[in-house]
Write a protein that binds this ligand. Structure first.
Ligand code: UD1
Ligand code: CA
Length: 452
């Protein structure tokens, strides 16, 4: 069987009240359409055709690196009309799977069941809805056979009571689907060519329509409003949280974690409330993440602790480090083992050797920090002269007194000892004390000024 997929994504999504095309709104950090395409790709179809509307350029550039074909539906005359625009791009003998770009949580194995159920006829995906409002209802005969789908806006009171709804996905041979679509008229409440009307046409030809039921209601929930999107986001996050808990990760609260990407955890990892993980995050054995942390594309090695309110981005944290609270690791921060980065310390494009510490209120940018270095409170690297960035090198075992200004480019040789309040603009010698500040004097016999 050669499978080809059509994804409908031309609707404007008026109910989102947004200039962004609906399928570009994000769920778990990814556009809705990306979720649908990922499920489709898992079936290894011969081709994926996406039907877009007038904002096609935006869609194409958002998915520029994917191998999909794009077809424009200039006017949104309905889902049936949209499929008709795509069919000329599909092989007549192909088995076609039609998906909606705004139903993001459908699973690949459900799609596989749907494709298998068509068997030369027609298969539709249905679900029992806790709230069926807005969905097409599945009308069955007394004997239980699927007869047709009636849209919410066209349904009688009796039909509105039906809880089995149309997910919107179907599978059929391309040539047959085309023939049924040719019969579809737009005589309905919305003056649209409904894809769902192909069911009645297939039935009138004596085709048995098989209804595949989705296991989980969220799999077939469509996003029409931000409310729908928020509900699905939570459903997605809760399912992910359950998987983490089952794998042995100690979450303080399964409802207060957001993973927008891949989170890989070792053994005995614990994560406190309100943490956000984005991109690819790896946490080694025994890592502890405090509350309200954000980690984006970060690797944290075994035994390290990230304390509350820390933000780590594109950074590497070695084993047994202590980060935060209120620490910021910016791109290119790379820490060896047992490094301490404390409160209100910002590190950018800098490496720290083993056992080095910057415990309070510091900015270290474009620097090479050796092992066992102690950086006092208030120390900053002046790495930018307004035009270019310069490097600061702090060799092993340096001790930098509080409130030191390091004017780059500058090198502090091994074991340099810098007096507090220094402005260091020249290289310092190994093992010596360097002080670069005005000397303290006391003015003898000084008298305070008198008021007139
Ligand atoms: C549709 C189904 C309904 C089903 C529901 C599931 C029809 C007529 N109705 O209703 O039975 O229960 O989905 O979510 O199919 N689109 C186009 N071109 C168009 C119109 C729509 O590409 O001219 C796309 C939209 O971008 C969207 C999808 O088709 O991705 C569904 O369209 P939408 O208007 O949201 O249909 P519903 O009213 O939700
Ligand atoms: Ca919809």
């Amino acid at each position: 069987m050669s499978l080809e997929v059509i994804v409908l994504a031309a609707g404007q999504g008026k109910r989102m009240h947004s200039a962004l095309p609906k399928v570009l709104h994000r769920l778990a950090g990814q556009p809705l359409l990306a979720h649908v395409l990922a499920a489709a790709r898992a079936l290894a179809p011969r081709r994926i055709v996406v039907v877009h509307g007038h904002l096609g350029g935006e869609l194409r550039s958002a998915f520029a690196d994917l191998r999909v074909e794009w077809v424009e539906q200039a006017e949104q005359l309905g889902t049936g009309h949209a499929v008709m625009q795509a069919l000329p791009h599909v092989a007549a003998d192909a088995e076609v799977l039609v998906l909606y770009g705004d139903v993001p949580l459908v699973r690949a194995d459900t799609l596989r069941r749907l494709a298998d159920a068509a068997r030369g006829g027609l298969a539709i995906l249905t679900a029992d809805a806790p709230d069926a409002a807005g969905y097409g209802r599945i009308v069955r005969s007394a004997g239980g056979r699927v007869e047709r789908i009636v849209e919410h806006k066209d349904a009688s009171d009796e039909q509105l009571a039906i809880r089995e709804v149309n997910a919107g996905f179907l599978a059929a041979k391309a040539s047959r689907l085309g023939a049924w679509l040719a019969k579809v008229k737009n005589r309905n409440a919305q003056r649209e060519y409904y894809l769902t009307d192909v069911v009645a046409h297939a039935v009138s030809e004596g085709v048995v329509v098989s209804a595949v039921k989705a296991a989980d209601w969220h799999e077939v929930t469509g996003v029409n409003t931000h409310h729908d999107l928020a509900i699905l986001e939570r459903a997605f996050q809760n399912a992910g949280a359950k998987r983490l808990l089952e794998a042995g990760v100690a979450l303080a609260d399964l409802r207060r974690i957001d993973v927008r990407g891949d989170l890989e955890c070792g053994r005995n990892v614990s994560i406190d409330v309100n943490c956000v993980f984005e991109g690819r995050v790896r946490l080694g054995d025994g890592v502890k993440i405090g509350p309200n942390c954000v980690l984006r594309d970060v690797a944290v090695a075994a035994g390290s602790e990230i304390h509350a309110f820390s933000l780590l981005e594109n950074a590497e944290v070695g084993a047994r480090c202590r980060i935060g609270p209120y620490a910021r690791l910016r791109p290119g921060a790379s820490l060896a083992e047992e490094v301490h980065i404390g409160n209100f310390v910002e590190v950018k494009a800098s490496r720290f050797g083993a056992g080095s510490k910057a415990n309070h209120l510091a900015y270290i940018g474009d620097a090479e920090v050796g092992a066992r270095v102690n950086i006092g409170a208030g120390t900053i690297t002046c790495n930018y002269d307004g035009a270019r960035k310069h490097r600061t090198v702090i060799e092993d075992d340096c001790f930098i007194g509080s409130d030191t200004t390091l004017v780059a480019p500058v090198r502090l040789a091994k074991g340099s000892y810098i007096g507090a309040g220094s402005t260091i603009s020249k290289d310092t010698p190994a093992g010596e004390l360097t002080v670069a500040r005005a000397r303290q004097i006391t003015v003898p016999r000084w008298k305070p000024p008198k008021k007139d």
